[in-house]
Design a protein around this ligand. Structure first.
Ligand code: SF4
Length: 295
């Protein structure tokens, strides 16, 4: 079995098995809504996309210290917007800690993030909306969805849109001008709050260094973003089973599907693990729900 024919043997998602006696990957590749992580996954590795968004194979999260740390800090920053003192924020952080597992090397970073965030938060005009979930139509039956960490309305009626970043590596303004995720947030806020694009500022905030990197987009940039999203959706829709191959890339070592990847495991091991994963898959209602991945 070669890497691509491997996709032929993948199990059909359980909910679709019930609804249709025969179903093709092509039929369930008919996507209507695209998030940034969906688009990134499709361009990085087709097999990963198939596992994650079509087959709903559970990911191995044992290699996820950075992910858990990021989720933990995001949760504190989301729920701690009304905390006025460091003690208050620290207490809240402690109450959340048991839900997140990461190595002790991350522990000193927690206090740094809390102290920086407290200073940063005190300068903002209002708490605004946290974890703003959106799904907005781009064209016909194509929409973009996502979750924005924070949306704050300014005194002049404009909006500041903040994406928290817990990674060490900071992006430059130049990077942000080409950032699809932030362009998506700008478009979503433009639609949800009926605000002109030029009155929306989008930013990355890095609590580890207390740095805010912000940009404003033009109407032309957002129009180009929308054309790109339509194009991405059609590329997914036109995919065939034979296209859904593993694509080795720089992120393979952090991939939650490396344990079922034919590039890194013998075929019989992959098949056995997929069978086990199918038996142990989470309840249907929790599968496929949009979940933001912290970075
Ligand atoms: S390990 Fe790499 S090639 Fe394999 S599924 Fe993950 S991203 Fe794709």
């Amino acid at each position: 079995m070669n890497s691509c024919s491997f996709a032929e043997n993948l199990p059909t998602p359980p909910n679709l098995e019930v609804k249709y006696s025969i179903i093709t990957v092509e039929a369930i590749m008919y996507c209507t809504t695209i998030s940034q992580s969906k688009a990134n996954t499709f361009s990085e590795c087709k097999l990963k996309y198939l596992y994650r968004y079509v087959q709903r194979v559970p990911q191995d999260e044992t290699n996820g210290d950075a992910l858990h740390f990021g989720s933990y800090i995001h949760k504190i920053l989301e729920e701690g917007v009304s905390c006025k003192t460091l003690e208050e924020l620290q207490d809240h952080a402690k109450s959340l800690k048991e839900n997140y597992k990461f190595g002790s090397s991350y522990t000193p970073k927690i206090d740094i993030c809390l102290r920086n965030f407290l200073k940063f938060n005190a300068k903002l005009a209002e708490a605004g909306a946290t974890e703003q979930v959106y799904e907005v139509t781009v064209k016909d039956d194509i929409s973009v969805n996502g979750i924005i960490d924070r949306v704050i309305r300014g005194a002049d009626g404009g909006y500041l849109v903040i994406d928290y970043k817990t990674s060490k590596r900071q992006k430059t303004k130049f990077d942000l001008y080409q950032d699809d995720q932030l362009q998506g947030y700008c478009f979503a806020v433009h639609k949800l709050y009926e605000t002109p694009i030029e009155k929306i500022t989008v930013a990355h905030y890095y609590p580890l260094t207390d740095t805010l990197v912000s940009v404003n987009y033009s109407n032309a940039q957002i129009a180009a973003y929308l054309r790109k999203k339509i194009d991405e959706v059609w590329k997914i829709r036109k995919s065939k089973k034979a296209d859904m191959c593993p694509m080795q890339n720089q992120y393979c070592n952090w991939c939650g599907y490396k344990y079922v990847c034919p590039l890194f495991n013998p075929t019989h091991v992959v098949e056995q693990r997929l069978d086990e994963a199918k038996k142990n898959s989470p309840p249907k209602q929790s599968q496929g729900k949009y979940k933001k991945k912290p970075t």
